[in-house]
Design a protein around this ligand. Sequence first.
Ligand code: NIG
Ligand code: FE
Length: 408
Amino acid sequence: MKPAHEYPSADGLWTGLRLATDAGIEAAIAVTDGMIRWVGARDVLPAEFASLAPHDGGGALVTPGLVDCHTHLVYGGQRANEFAMRLAGATYEEVAKAGGGIVSSVRATREADEDTLFREAAPRLEQLLADGVCAIEIKSGYGLSLEHERKQLRVARRLGETYGVTVRTTFLGAHALPPEYAGRSADYIDLVCDQMLPALAAERLVDAVDVFCERIAFSLEETEQVFKAAKALGLPVKLHAEQLSDMGGAALAARYGALSCDHIEHLSAEGIEAMRQSGTVAVLLPGAYYTLRDTHLPPIEALRAAGVPMAVSTDHNPGTSPALSLLLMMNMACTLFRLTVPEALAGVTVHAARALGLSSTHGVIAEGMPANFVLWNVREAAELAYWFGQRPVRCVVRQGRIAVGAAA
Ligand code: NIG
Ligand code: FE
């Protein structure tokens, strides 16, 4: 995949489109200076846009650029051996206790230099981009020291610049206890809050702060300490919450105005109500649910009834979700979690953008927004969730440029 400066401009008048929300009428999108100036039915196009250079969509369905709002894309090595261990009967927690799990990726990440991490992450990012992703969150959390967390976050920034894709970085220093802090969890959380986070924030490497709140990771009190440090720096928070057990993390995160609570298989009614009140997005991660052969479903019906926005993401990581297709996650969200197709599509666009604080630039096709949209070789939106292993992208317009494929 070429670097961003080689992509042609998407400026012009895009016609022959069908909006996923109203596929019956021909739509048009006018783009100038990389921004959407107008979108609507072709037959009411304002005259001022009629003479723009034409891009014929050839009847393609068009959606907003996809947003992958929860990934751990930058890491060293891979963990196929753990896949084999789990197939032989070991649980995720047993693998972690046997020296595998997150800390084995920490070892490999610490050993790799920045260029190596970039070279290994780039093809993974290319896979996601080829599926229509226009914005992505990338977490740290496999470095667990200032030096190595910095390395991961710098690679995340460099990926965004190289490929012309919006990258939101999330500092996840509180992902696991590094081996050198064994038995000294409180000391490590002090290091995260007092040294790592302020230093990385000063280097403008942190867009949000996350914690893995779980009995095999960090407690509710430790989570709150990290949230306080984030708030003191004016950074938004999010949380790996209630994945394996109900820790009350979602309600705590909601009190801190969290952008999102993610995983949430064991989310309680109180957690849902707190998220509703704070406008926190529920991020569903069917790839991790599937890989761990989990059977405890997130409370979809209650979230729906409460009107909590639901996003869907890959959770790409080498342990629990080595997934490289957001379309496949839409399929799994429908099949495993019983989302409707419009819910799954909103989950990878408008709600995912909100989970990253990107509502004003991503997730919808609207006047005044940067041009991020995808033309698909499908007849109806349901096909985006229906096929799996298929790659129906015809053309991706990302940051005002034609990044993948071409119009008709
Ligand atoms: O989102 N839950 C914690 N973090 C990752 C797993 C990381 C790993 O196993 O390497 C997740 O599933
Ligand atoms: Fe995760």
